[in-house]
Design a protein around this ligand. Sequence first.
Ligand SMILES: Cc1ncc(COP(=O)(O)O)c(C=O)c1O
Length: 382
Amino acid sequence: MIDKNQLKKRESESIFQTYGRQDVVLVRGSRARVWDSDGKEYLDFVAGIAVNNVGHCHPRVVEAICQQAARLIHTSNLYYTENQVLLAEELKRLTGMKRAYFCNSGAESVEAALKLTRRATGKSKIVAAERAFHGRTLGALGLTYKPIYREPFQPLSEAAFIPYNDVEALKSAVTRETAAIILEPVQGEAGVYVPDADYLKSARQICDDAGAQLIFDEVQTGFGRTGKWFGKDHSGVQPDIITLAKAIGGGLPMGAMLAGESVSEAFQKGDHGSTFAGGPLISAAALATIEVIKRELLVQRSEELGRYLRNALERLEPREIRGQGLMVGLDLDADCKMLVEKALQEGVLINNTGEHTLRLIPPLVVTKEEIDRVVTVIGELL
Ligand SMILES: Cc1ncc(COP(=O)(O)O)c(C=O)c1O
């Protein structure tokens, strides 16, 4: 193993410095735990940023990857492969949508949604929410709210931003010129904001009235994270387009954009594409991941343990606790950046989305004991 300080130096000399990294080199993971290069164990309440829903290196996912890797890793989309079709059918069943387009990340799934909505409506104006995060590629960046991310890269095709969870604002922003509204069913990167029960329903109605499409960005809320299969399932609202990524591949990079009846025929041959998208290896991993979520009842577990986590966090007397399932935001009267660094020393990985906000998004296989330990550590540090 390369010595940690050496590795940090070499990283700083060889990789664009776009990431603020924690002071640790991770080498191994299992369930809700990871280990660093010195053999120290950590409880992982970041889960690769809401990716490792089935835990690190789940044996079923590892087995599926190894078996498929030995058979066929890549062929491109010039040819048919079985896993891709099986996965599309499974995603259709889970989401109630009509067709899937595969890609390689969350931002790419948003790009695909933007292109599809343009193709279907012939319009380009998008309404998005303040605090929203939809990715950092040029199209998705125009829908991402934080000016600090957007300003250095002008000109962008930008959304009209309206306050989240404000029906009147949405009504006044959407016109017959609007192609689509894009919303996260729960805002993740913002610090976990759950909308009122009828907000997404109103968004559906506003879209229908204006002839606009409704896009749900479920990149972070998908695959059991919120205690339902998808964030949309809390409201019963069916959007026209859903974007997925993060947890879908059990840790391998994948994205998917699914479209409902209204737009499912809009893309024509050549309208969009990607070399690696939906390849046999990643699709095998995704099928195994979904199988594990079903078999181990991880959606229900997320709901139950999310409740347990939020109750346990009450002990810390925070300013506010927000969340659905195992997607939890916590506002504290503390320097949360420093808290994250200190928690690392105590063997706990957590993440802050703001100066006074922590986000807890552990693997859905986390145990009550692990939750208790993390809450105790945060409490002691406070
Ligand atoms: C809701 C949402 N959309 C899109 C993205 C972008 O995903 P990716 O980082 O895979 O491009 C993220 C990433 O955090 C996200 O939370």
